[in-house]
Design a protein around this ligand. Structure first.
Ligand code: GCU
Length: 472
């Protein structure tokens, strides 16, 4: 990822926390001074605004409603009062067909209802992943024997070359690293994280030393995963698709469109990032160190959104840890708390979604959305999904309760498929894990970070993922 792709302080903090240690998590909130935009960033912003306007014009939209403001003194300050969050809003029923008929069997879900929900998400929210996509050829750049937290691992640095013969100007190379325990007795489960490249993280720490891991931080997420005999992998989504509107004519979206702007129901960055995650899984299927039937996916914040989309659209992912994914992720759009639709529809975030999505922030509203986040979670059923977030003080923007309510709303689909829901519709007190069902939830006391929920997720995941048995 290049510096011109991101510049908000939140992203910096997020990146530093991608290291994900348990104790480091609480230090998330330190706010480094935002660097002045570079000329490249200014040019990206201008091109982004132009494309955003193009989408509005194509939809006949004169103005969008602005989103919530992170500044508590602003007249449009984000709502953090549950009594004003519209919690009683009626949600679309995942088990009622478009024509009003009820879904009562698993067969009807798979054959009739699920495709309807997929179509609605495709057309109105995330956009359609093209049917014809270029081939990806994986290359192992290096294989290194190293140790992590005292455990010997073999680390492969990989590149997935995307065939760009359709438009040689656009080059897409998927960045992935994979580490598996050296002494594994067979193919191991792997947790795939969507995150930032090591080079980017190193650059951050150099620029913001306060984010450097400190002694006593506790085991990193990778070390916690290794302790269970599993492997870990890190994929860099921005190597597939830039994280801004200007970049929609580049990356995999631009490559498929031959550098032309998107149609209104074309895929957005979340779908593109999820596509890249699926290509990583293709690689795991041919690497004998990995048990590709036991691959979990994890992402935080915007990558939490992309991870949930990947879980929903690729049934090969065995389990998901969806951290602080918020608006356009696991949070109900209809729950008006923290971030709002106006933020996602604005110039900084609209590229995550299809152009059509902007309609719901103009003449239409969230109450007109034909689907909501509970149905995205339901698309992952019957596979296990753990949803996490931090406290309102520090992570209110992501709206833990809005994600909890969505997980509750996905419950009936899990039950129809013979699985367990969250077990309660009551919002648990902070730090109380709900992990006895096939949907999991926990709100930690830290800020905008996945760190504190890693141990809980791994506790949940151990019911599903199993390291090869040690031969005595
Ligand atoms: C912004 C954005 C969120 C997103 C977050 C992140 O805050 O509004 O939707 O999750 O960035 O990815 O850090």
């Amino acid at each position: 990822m290049t510096m011109d792709m991101q510049c908000s302080w939140k992203v910096f903090a997020l990146a530093a926390l991608a290291a994900g240690s348990v104790a480091a998590a609480g230090q998330a909130a330190q706010k480094p001074a935002p660097p002045a935009p570079t000329p490249a960033e200014v040019a990206i912003q201008a091109a982004t605004e132009k494309d955003h306007q193009r989408v509005m014009d194509a939809l006949g939209i004169k103005a969008l409603r602005p989103g919530a403001d992170g500044d508590p003194h602003s007249p449009r300050a984000a709502n953090y009062d549950e009594s004003k969050a519209n919690s009683a809003a009626a949600l679309p029923d995942p088990l009622t067909m478009n024509d009003g008929r009820k879904v009562t069997t698993a067969g009807e879900w798979w054959k009739l209802r699920r495709p309807q929900i997929v179509e609605l998400f495709d057309r109105e929210i995330y956009g359609r992943t093209p049917v014809q996509l270029p081939k990806v050829t994986w290359e192992v750049l290096s294989t290194t024997r190293e140790t992590n937290g005292g455990i010997a691992v073999i680390t492969k640095k990989l590149i997935g070359h995307v065939d760009n013969s359709a438009d040689p100007k656009v080059k897409v190379d998927i960045e992935l690293t994979l580490s598996t325990p050296t002494d594994a007795r067979g193919p191991v489960p792997v947790i795939l994280e969507l995150g930032f490249s090591k080079e980017f993280l190193a650059m951050l720490v150099q620029r913001y030393p306060q984010f450097a891991p400190k002694p006593g931080d506790g085991p990193t997420w990778q070390q916690q995963v290794l302790a269970r005999g599993w492997g870990y992998a890190e994929y860099v989504p921005t190597s597939v698709q830039p994280d801004n509107g200007a970049g929609l004519t580049e990356g995999i979206i631009g490559l498929v469109n031959k550098g032309q702007p998107r149609a209104l129901d074309d895929w957005g960055a979340l779908k593109a990032w999820a596509w890249g995650a699926s290509r990583c899984l293709d690689y795991f299927e041919i690497d004998h160190a990995v048990d590709a039937k036991q691959v979990g996916i994890e992402g935080h914040s915007r990558y939490g959104k992309a991870s949930l989309v990947a879980m929903a659209y690729d049934p090969r992912f065995a389990i998901g840890y969806i951290s602080s994914s918020g608006e356009a992720g696991a949070k109900l759009f209809r729950h008006l708390f923290g971030e709002e639709i106006g933020n996602v529809a604005g110039t900084q975030e609209y590229h995550w979604m299809a152009g059509n999505f902007l309609k719901y922030d103009s003449s239409l509203s969230v109450n007109d959305l034909p689907v909501d986040a509970h149905e995205l979670i339901a698309l992952a059923a019957p596979r296990p999904v753990f949803i996490g977030a931090g406290a309102t003080e520090g992570d209110g923007w992501a709206d833990a309760r809005g994600m909890f309510l969505a997980a509750v709303g996905a419950g009936p689909v899990y039950k129809l498929l013979g699985k367990k829901d969250l077990g309660t519709p009551e919002y648990p007190s902070i730090e109380t894990a709900l992990i006895t069902g096939d949907l999991g939830f926990r709100q930690h006391t830290g800020g905008h970070t996945p760190g504190p929920n890693w141990p809980t997720f791994l506790e949940f995941a151990r019911r599903y993922l199993h390291a090869p048995r040690v031969v005595q």
